[in-house]
Design a binder for this molecule. Structure first.
Ligand code: COA
Length: 646
């Protein structure tokens, strides 16, 4: 039964989360404790209820049983340890289970009774707001839309205007609770993340950034040649501008900013968070600057009208994808479009002069999936090519936001330019479409496509490095109130046995297929548990943060080789599924690691892989080849097994 309590829709400026809003909501149902393993997660249906009223009816994130987590943990560390090391880790884990672990567990259980979601605040702070590396590459993903071919500036601006109108339409649906509640099998998912994507901005702050939520904004920020503009989307008559009028407004922005602004302060948002926080404080002392900063923070979204990048000079479709991915992750450095950004904004649309289109999103308020659903909505809207609509009789003029840049801030801008360029030059990207087969083939084999693709990455890594690769995959825990993600530890005893069997010239196809199926089943089992919040990582994080908060010495399991190796995620992965031919991309989690974001579609899979160039161990191009080879070999093994059965 749905509660009749209305969820308040206002967010406070300092980013207080929904916990507070929902305080006093009666009768939260407890953990339901089951999930049908063969239902389709994230299946979109609209038969449940509106997004607004669904949150307070969801169960709470459980605190897993200590014994269960530790048993699972030991299984996941085993591939990374030799016998002696494993015996040591096992003994530490047993001591922890009998000793400090129990105390931490009961404190954590106490916390879970006091919070609607025991992890939510901790997670947003430790995973995002307290993280001091730049959001660029290290945290914010890019999402490439299908590449366009603009012949004229008007086409670019028309696309941009349609994108804004589509986003506004989507925002209207979110605000009016018209977005269908997503379901994971029979379980409705928490839709609150959708309400946090428009009007939101991260604000740099010493030690811990803040989030500013502005649900009722009426303007957007447009950036061109590093100049930043306020553009109203409603006229003085309160009527939304139509497409032609938005095109005109964007045309004026372009006219007013025909040369590159070398003192554009957007580049500062690509900096280390403490450096940016320092520059922000200096800027905000000036009242003109403060007003301009707040104007950007309060806008609905940022639109970056980018300079051309020569995308159509590249003959190879995957080279074009890779270039688009780079533009969307980091703007390809200061000399390209890296200064034409405001990386703190949750949604930053990019519409490039010669056809790179997509968005960069600041990760703290939402996961990739709501952004991917938004993307499909936008692309459909753009394809439908809606008419211009009725005009506003009194559009307002766009205004250039002024910033007084002191010599001290000027020096910081120069440093930011250099730092962004080093970051860009150190990231090797390879975005490509694997077009030999997609989900359909895998399903005909009665296998889970996601687990199958994950095992292809395990095989690719082992093929290249001959050691087990600790492997992170995100699983959505949105079946719980305030849920974000749990880690699927994709590297398992079975995944390594599979990789070894596949690479062993003496193994038969039958043995290889059996090893593949066993690895996939093991991954699928972990996935089902992770989706229920019963993985290893968030629970161990919770126990660790409980120790820190209560002044309890950190137990030695956290410094042991089992922990450090299994949590050093050399393969950082996410499935971000959208129907359109788009893909999400981001940087690796660790210096000697790879990132792999993928969009599995019926007959192909879009991959975006990356690695750091200065690391001698990794090579993104070799990783891509190994991944393609692995997918091919797995296909062949399965096909041969079928043939031999016939
Ligand atoms: N035989 C036949 N078909 C199968 C099958 C089997 N054994 N197992 C699964 N399938 C089908 C499913 O029914 C589903 O069908 P559909 O295409 O009609 O929907 C499809 O294969 C895909 O299922 P699967 O690949 O197993 O899982 P998934 O696509 O639902 O993805 C997760 C699993 C973990 C990625 C997903 O649940 C999730 O959490 N996604 C969000 C991740 C995230 O947060 N990303 C963003 C981070 S920024």
């Amino acid at each position: 039964m749905l509660s009749s309590v209305k969820v308040q829709e206002t967010f406070n400026q300092d980013g207080e989360d929904f916990d507070k809003m929902l305080r006093g909501v009666p009768k939260l149902r407890g953990f339901r404790g089951f999930l049908d393993p063969y239902v389709t997660p994230l299946q979109l249906t609209c038969n449940y209820t509106s997004a607004q009223s669904n949150a307070q009816n969801l169960p709470r994130l459980p605190v897993p049983k200590l014994k269960d987590t530790l048993e699972k943990y030991l299984l996941t560390v085993q591939p990374h340890l030799n016998d002696e090391e494993f015996a040591k880790t096992t003994s530490l884990v047993k001591d922890f289970e009998k000793g400090t672990g129990q105390k931490l567990q009961s404190l954590l259980e106490k916390r879970s009774k006091q919070h609607l979601n025991w992890l939510e605040d901790w997670w947003i702070n430790t995973a995002y707001l307290e993280y001091r590396d730049p959001v660029v590459v290290f945290s914010s993903p890019g999402l490439a839309f299908p590449i366009e071919k603009f012949q004229t500036q008007t086409q670019q601006l028309q696309y941009a205007a349609k994108t804004l109108l589509a986003a506004l339409e989507y925002k209207r649906m979110i605000d009016n609770n018209e977005i269908p509640v997503e379901m994971m099998g029979k379980n409705p998912l928490d839709m609150q993340q959708y309400k946090k994507i428009f009007g939101t901005c991260r604000i740099p702050w010493e030690k811990r950034d803040k989030l500013s939520y502005n649900k009722d904004s009426k303007h957007v920020t447009v950036i061109h040649n590093n100049h930043i503009f306020h553009v109203d989307l409603w006229g003085d008559d309160g009527v939304l501008l139509n497409e032609d009028q938005i095109v005109k407004q964007l045309g004026k922005v372009v006219q007013l900013s025909s040369t590159v602004n070398n003192e554009g302060i957007g580049i500062l948002t690509s900096e280390n968070r403490d450096s940016w926080a320092k520059a922000y404080q200096l800027l905000a002392k000036d009242t003109v600057n403060k007003a301009s900063l707040e104007d950007v923070e309060r806008s609905i979204v940022v639109l970056c009208l980018d300079s051309p990048v020569g995308i159509w000079k590249l003959n190879d479709a995957n080279a074009r994808r890779t270039l688009a991915g780079a533009q969307l992750i980091h703007g390809n450095g200061y000399s390209s479009n890296g200064g034409n950004r405001w990386f703190d904004k949750t949604v930053q649309f990019v519409v490039g002069a010669d056809g790179v289109t997509g968005l960069t999103y600041e990760h703290s308020p939402a996961e990739g999936q709501p952004i991917a659903v938004l993307t499909d909505f936008l692309i459909k809207y753009l394809e439908e090519n809606k008419g211009p609509g009725s005009p506003s009789s009194r559009p307002k003029e766009p205004t250039l936001l002024k910033f007084n840049v002191s010599s001290e801030v000027g020096a910081m801008i120069n440093t930011a330019k250099k730092n962004l360029d080093s970051l860009v030059n150190n990231l090797e990207l390879n975005c490509f479409q694997f077009d030999k087969y997609g989900k359909n083939f895998i399903k005909t084999q009665k296998l889970s496509p996601d687990s199958y693709i994950q095992m292809a990455m395990q095989l690719a890594f082992y093929r290249l490095h001959k050691v087990p690769g600790a492997h992170y995959e995100s699983a959505a825990t949105r079946m719980y109130i305030g849920g974000r993600t749990e880690t699927i530890r994709s590297c398992s005893i079975e995944s390594i046995a599979f990789a070894r069997t596949m690479l062993d010239a003496h193994s038969s196809s039958k043995e290889k297929a059996a090893a593949l199926k066993s690895a996939i089943n093991s991954h699928k089992n972990y996935t089902v548990q992770a989706l229920q919040g019963l993985g290893v990582d968030r629970h161990l994080l919770g126990l660790k943060l409980t120790a820190i908060e209560n002044g309890i010495e950190l137990p030695s399991i956290y410094s042991d080789a089992g922990f450090t190796r299994s949590a050093h995620m050399r393969i950082s992965t996410s499935q971000v599924a959208c129907k359109c031919d788009g893909f999400m991309c981001y940087g690796p989690l660790v210096p000697n690691g790879y990132a792999t974001c993928y969009n599995p579609r019926a007959n192909d899979v879009n991959f975006a892989t990356s690695a750091f160039i200065d690391n001698p161990e990794t090579d993104c191009n070799k990783y891509r080849s190994a991944l393609e080879q692995s997918l091919q070999d797995m296909h062949d093994v399965l096909s041969q097994t079928i043939t031999s059965k016939l």
